[in-house]
Ligand binder design. Sequence first.
Ligand code: UDP
Length: 416
Amino acid sequence: MLQTVDVGRMSVSSYRSQVPAQIMDPLFDIARGLEGARVLHLSATPYGGGVSELLRSAVPLYNDLGVAATWKIISGTEPFFAVTKKIHNGLQGGSQPISPADRLLYEETSRRNADELLADDGFGDYDFVIVHDPQPIAVRSSLDGMKASWVWRCHIDTSEPDPDTWSYLSGFVGHYDATVFTMSGFVPPDLSPARVDIIPPAIDPLSPKNMSLDDRTAHAVLNWIGIEPGEPLITQVSRFDSWKDPLGVIEAYRIVREKIPSLQLALVGSMALDDPEAWAVYATISEESRADPAIHVFTNLTGVGNIEVNAFQRMSAVMVQKSIREGFGLVVSEAMWKGTPVVAGRAGGIPLQVADDSGGLLVDSVPACADALLTLLSDPGLAAGLGAAGRERVRRHFLLPRLLLDELTLLDGLAH
Ligand code: UDP
């Protein structure tokens, strides 16, 4: 049996106070036409990373809108997830060849997951199956002749995939009725499903990670975990993944610290079920930061959860997201929603968020990152202006009801 993720309950109407009516009104309209439909979301991990973050918030809202949604997790061994991580890296432009043995393991595990799905009561009743990212993509190939429309939702930066990896994956994509990418620049040129939609992700303004938190509480949370109150703090929150360039962040911090000796750096990272490389990256970062007590490394395994991330994103003078490749980078919108300026890599979906003089500064190198950090740390007026404009940009474009509106519009189009 595949694991079904238990999610809470949430009312879409509660978002009216935060989200423009131009989004809320059509959302209720489109949902009425889909009432009673059944949707399955299939992904690789219930925690760690943007997809689980998104589904945890979106699934209860589907249900509140009258569209019965379920979220299930495929299962696999560590070697299976080592292969899917290679595929992930290949799609983002890395080149780790996928051997015949890798393919065999990947396809056998996908078939076993497909069999388990078929054995689930009511599997045949789904109207839509939305498959997130490459890990579960091949499940579809073993499940022909069903009434459901199948959507592949790609969350990663596929603008310059390794050709061999993409040619392998595209064989599976061909079985889908529609695909969804975050940006048009991510759509591979030879893609041929019936429908391609462009839908950027979004954050949940009412989740514990993003809800309002008063400064006193946020300070107390950070103080408790060892951040020096009153001294400037910069933070990067992300999975321990080399595409997020944590070592580049440490290098940039060291340059800035020469000018601002009291500066502190926090690297807050999570482990995910489907990311076997995270431990090695974590070990390298810990080694690199050992000699400097002003560098703090935290993980979800030592109790740094949503409220702590909320406090970091709120109380840091600047948030950093120095990604080299980035599907979207929910963390960028999360920080912007709190009015905190961001220094971020000009990669993938990040410039979609940090745009129009809002949210922060984009950078392409370690020295540029250090320069941008210094600029914002030494000009609180500029930092506050970018932060305030960033919050407004997120309100208009990157809050969860807009994502739901886009997704339900796609499902409605597939149904009619
Ligand atoms: N995250 C977290 N704790 C951590 C690191 C990350 O809660 O220690 C969350 C982060 O707040 C964000 C998500 O994981 O909601 C990461 O999503 P993003 O799109 O930025 O990157 P991805 O991991 O999907 O590449």
